[in-house]
Design a protein around this ligand. Sequence first.
Ligand code: 13P
Length: 256
Amino acid sequence: MNKALRKAVIAGNWKMNKTRPEAKELVEAIKPLVADAGCEVVACVPFTNLETVLDAVKGSNIKVGAENCHFEKSGAFTGEISADMLAEMGVEYVIIGHSERRQYFGETDETVNKRTRAALAAGLKVILCVGEMLADRENGITEELVSLQTKIALKGVTAEELKNVIIAYEPVWAIGTGKTATAEQANEVCAVIRNVIGKLYGKEAADGITIQYGGSMNAKNAAELVAQPDVDGGLIGGASLKAPDFAAIVEAATRG
Ligand code: 13P
């Protein structure tokens, strides 16, 4: 597996943070710090910030993503946002299946699959999140669980569509807890996911797909994580809200 063949992607997941003026301020601060990045840089922001951030990143190397989308094209789904609505705005990425959606908003592997397919059909790039809970790890079922999540999420996704999919391995016990997976643990599960992709889509697809780690990644631990052979960048929560920290992670991924 040649890591050099793959694109490293550092994506910020702002979660439910930042008003529009605050969003503009953060992006303006990040822009000059990542201008020479040797990896893809993405800011996934709340729906209300999309227009502000799309405007602010014009002429820069920062790509913009949303944090979720609905699976239907339109209709009576109060409070939801469709993939077409995002694509029409010029949004390029969307996070699907984040563990917070699964834990707090009833997201299941089936709805993750439906959302993934809808987003891909609309021409969006998907950052697909998978990951085990602490109890799963303690029960020794991490590999099986993450493999199942990956397989179900990608049901019906063609090899051509897969080129627009990034997978983010985010162990739930490491999210927002300050407990990072060790570099070895992160690499081990990313390799398992790559193996699943290989079985489903073949070696070329497995070699080419970007697989990120996420969960308490920060300016200090990023270098070791992104240097792992099967870790192609990161999905960053808390540290993506601080421009210098996010930039340091981008710098670490640039060095590889
Ligand atoms: P933290 O980096 O805050 O742990 O969040 C990770 C995450 O959930 C990114 O999607």
